[in-house]
Design a protein around this ligand. Sequence first.
Ligand code: NAD
Length: 377
Amino acid sequence: MKIGILKEKNDNRVAYIPELIAKSKSEKTEFLVEKGAGANSYFSDMDYVESGAKILERAKVIAEADLLISIIPPEEEELTQLTNKVLVSSFQPFNNKYPLNALSASSIDAFSLDMIPRTTIAQSMDILSSMASIAGYKAVLKAAELLPRYFPMLTTAAGSIPPAKVLILGAGVAGLQAIATAKRLGSKVEAFDTRLAAKEEVMSLGAKFVEVEGAKDDKDAGGYAVEQSEEYKQKQKALIKEHIIKSDVVITTAQLRGKPAPTLITKEMVEGMRPGSVIIDLAASTGGNCELTKNKKLIKHGDIIIYGDSDLPNDMPMHASQLYSKNIANFLNTLLQEETYQPDFNNQIVRESCVAYQGKVLYGNPEEVEALTSAAS
Ligand code: NAD
């Protein structure tokens, strides 16, 4: 089998690093890598050659590979023309319509890493967690860089500095990493999440949990947050406002899968914050948790600094690529049987990540999935 690694067009990461190629290649598996694929994450073509891969132009990789790997799917025009057997990427089908439309026009089998179930067994393939963890870490570093004040408490001959107050909204993977990083920098950290399960995790990191009574039961939502009642949202708004206006830094990470991000910080709340305070909005790409956020922009609203960015792993491409590659390698171990492409639709990971199969779009088509599962039984 020939596995092709594409160079990302608008992303510094690479989907598979040389170290893993050296481990994964065999008599049956060869790696073809697009020229310059690792350059922005500091892996040179020479590193790839030394790992045993072949460096080729993009068109050649596409023409020769049986299985293609990329982080962001190729653009629509290229996607419709692919004649490879398999494409492993991250299609975000609930946000993005173009890849699925394009996939129905080709006969490629497409697997979307962001659709892998968030189960214990699939944890080693979970790109959402690996990337969210980097985003949480980087968000705190960005905040520390933008904040015109110290993070830690300091006692100096010139006077004492109190620790910065950091509020994290959304304590999922990114939020928990942000809590840990902000604690390491010496700040006082509080966090809020609608999922009550988050309370224990927040407290175990030494942060205070801001609790709103009356959250909806989310135990059947696969670990994701559920939309809350209007009454809860009003209570939440009032309590969060009290905490926001006392914070030097607010980092927001709250997402609702397949829906716009919930607005947690209004213009009025921003205007109540102290001058020089910083908001980092990791939900910027789905509308932002702060109503003033502009995606990929650093803005100032009065004296408040607001930075919206959902692509922070892109700013740490070396480790982001390393973790992403390992997630993909683990996924390939599940998808391939003895290094041969043989998808097992009885396997939940394969079934839920497969968004198109032999020209049929599976995402949103439970009957097609059912038919494949029955055929595999
Ligand atoms: P996410 O990116 O979907 O959302 C980030 C956080 O925002 C979540 O904790 C969510 O509850 C919270 N949120 C949503 N709406 C909110 C609101 N209005 N106010 C405040 N907070 C709000 O979450 P994620 O980091 O991808 O994690 C989702 C879930 O999956 C979590 O329960 C996590 O523990 C679980 N998970 C499981 C595994 C596994 O077992 N393999 C791996 C990773 C994550």
